[in-house]
Design a protein around this ligand. Structure first.
Ligand SMILES: Cc1cc2nc3c(=O)[nH]c(=O)nc-3n(C[C@H](O)[C@H](O)[C@H](O)COP(=O)(O)OP(=O)(O)OC[C@H]3O[C@@H](n4cnc5c(N)ncnc54)[C@H](O)[C@@H]3O)c2cc1C
Length: 499
């Protein structure tokens, strides 16, 4: 049983929350308790990069689903989110990108320009040590020459570039924020409770004072509460506490504790859709020729931390301008040297590879709100038609780029949607029918909106938000590194501001 009172209570031990806890501990800001709804990350599938394939949809995933979205033909899609120590950073592909310098300048939030955040990225990277994937599949390596000899050696969203990505792995194993930040903080006195879901935040007048657990236990935070439950979990907890748009709360039959328009608004993600290629002697897959490799894979991984199980599935990709125009890339491609099943189900006989297109800066916005039926998560995909136009151009250009890649004898024909889907209209229909996201939801408690540039929730004392939800606009690449950067800076800011 935990003590009943702490100076700080951090809700969520995810990518950002782990860094927040470490930052508070490093500044000796007071006693710190971290509450995590999920279990430990000490589980073989978390450590082993390929393990994420089996974790998606399992008990370490929150398994959210979106509302049906008009922009994708009324479909509802899966929104996986990690539910364990390390959060989504324990279930993700570990691709490491800061984003573009201009992403942060574009936020136009005082104190968050790239010059402001760059030192924090450098500090996070000193603890994480991201590195290019060792032992990438030859197909992934074959992307490297796509933009000529003058292209950067490693892909970057700053310029057209392609090749093997960098990952937060060490010696073939996942190295998450729980490893880099939380475990050292535990040694410094931070406490963590896992399997401990928070139901709501309790207010005393306009001050956040208490955390109410799902089992009814009440804990007191003397100096402050930090909400690091992620872009879905953090606004959901505020709404459950009666903090949010008054009309929505009333319509959902909830009491309004603090009216706060903007809670849950501005939800967006990187939409993505892809191409599948299949043929014998191509990428990884389940077929007779690779049976020996798969049978030997567990032993090879256990002894040498290499082989197919050391692949985080996404191994590399590219950044480019969808229409081939000058200027910074507007799309990112993730390359997976595995045959994926496009007909549902996890497995498919054969061998091949997959590449997608994700929009770097979607204009579309959705929102998250509480209704009588529960949480409604509308990602708003393609609500702005220009997003779909860029995706169509991007998929067309991806085809020509892949045709130029140095795949040699491993090149395989496109099998889905297939070359017959060639006109812009047909590709647009394919994208609407198939698009999902890169699993990068952000923006639901944006700085400049309900949250200040010091990460405090407006209108409530003693309550801060530190996770991907505070990004006013998604960065141009994967969001784990920015989430950790936000957590890292939050620890310092909150220690200072709470004092
Ligand atoms: C399948 C997948 C693949 C991805 N791949 C990549 C990638 O390769 N590279 C990349 O950069 N990004 C990737 N991402 C995105 C990246 O992992 C996230 O942007 C990042 O982890 C978000 O960090 P966060 O701190 O905002 O939230 P999270 O890391 O999700 O942390 C939130 C934590 O809060 C906990 N929590 C939530 N509600 C409660 C509650 N009520 N009580 C207690 N605890 C609670 C959750 O269990 C979780 O541990 C991927 C995400 C997913 C899901």
């Amino acid at each position: 049983m935990p003590a009943a009172a702490y100076d700080f209570i951090v809700i969520g031990a995810g990518s950002a929350g782990c860094a927040v806890a470490a930052g508070l501990a490093a500044r000796q800001a007071g006693s710190v308790l971290v509450l995590e709804a999920g279990p430990s990350d000490r589980w073989p599938l978390v450590r082993m990069p390929f393990g994420l394939v089996w974790m998606l949809g399992g008990r370490r995933d929150w398994r959210y689903r979106s509302a049906p979205m008009a922009g994708i033909g009324g479909r509802s899609i899966a929104i996986p989110r990690g539910r364990m120590l390390g959060g989504s950073g324990s279930i993700n592909s570990m691709v490491w990108f800061r984003g573009r310098a201009e992403d942060f300048d574009g936020w136009a939030v005082p104190g968050w320009s790239f010059a402001d955040v760059e030192p924090a990225f450098a500090e996070v990277e000193a603890a994480i040590r991201p590195a290019p994937l060792a032992g990438a599949h030859p197909l992934t390596v074959g992307l490297s020459g796509l933009f000529g000899a003058n292209a950067p050696t490693h892909p970057t969203p700053e310029r057209e570039s392609a090749g093997v990505f960098r990952f937060n792995m060490r010696n073939g194993r996942r190295w998450s924020a729980a490893d880099a930040f939380l475990r050292p903080a535990l040694a410094a006195g931070v406490q963590v409770l896992q399997n401990c879901e928070v139901a709501r935040i309790g207010l005393k007048r306009d001050r956040a004072r208490e955390v109410v657990l799902a089992d009814g236990v009440v804990l007191t935070a003397r100096k402050g509460i930090v909400l690091s439950a992620g872009s879905i979990g953090s606004p959901a907890l505020l709404l459950a506490s009666g903090i949010g748009p008054a009309e929505d709360l009333k319509a959902a039959g909830r009491d309004v504790a603090i009216p706060a328009d903007g809670v849950g608004a501005n939800l967006h993600d990187h939409p993505g859709a892809g191409l599948h290629f299949a043929g014998p002697g191509s990428g990884y897959g389940l077929n007779a020729g690779q049976a020996g490799q798969w049978l030997a894979a567990p032993l090879r991984y256990a002894l040498m931390r290499s082989g197919v199980l050391a692949s985080p599935t996404v191994e590399g990709g590219a950044f480019f301008n969808a229409r081939g125009e000058d200027g910074p890339p507007d799309v990112q491609s993730h390359f997976i040297p595995f045959l994926l099943n496009w007909e549902g189900g996890r497995y498919r006989y054969g061998a091949g590879y997959f590449a997608d297109i994700c929009l770097c800066r979607p204009k579309s916005r959705g929102r998250l709100r509480l209704t009588k039926q529960g949480l409604e998560i509308d990602l708003g995909l393609f609500a702005d038609p220009s997003d779909l136009d860029i995706m169509v151009a991007g998929l067309q250009r991806l085809r020509s780029l892949l045709a130029e890649a140095e795949f040699g004898a491993r090149r395989a024909p496109e099998i889905f949607p297939g070359p017959a889907i060639a006109s812009d209209e047909a590709i647009a229909a394919h994208i609407r029918a198939r698009a999902g996201t890169a699993y990068h939801p952000v923006g639901t408690l944006a700085m400049g909106g309900p949250v200040t540039e010091r990460l405090a929730l407006r209108g409530v004392d003693g309550l801060w938000v530190a996770d991907a939800s505070v990004m006013p606009a998604v960065t141009s690449a994967n969001t784990n590194a920015p989430a950790m950067m936000i957590g890292h800076r939050a620890g310092a800011m909150i220690a200072e501001d709470a004092a």
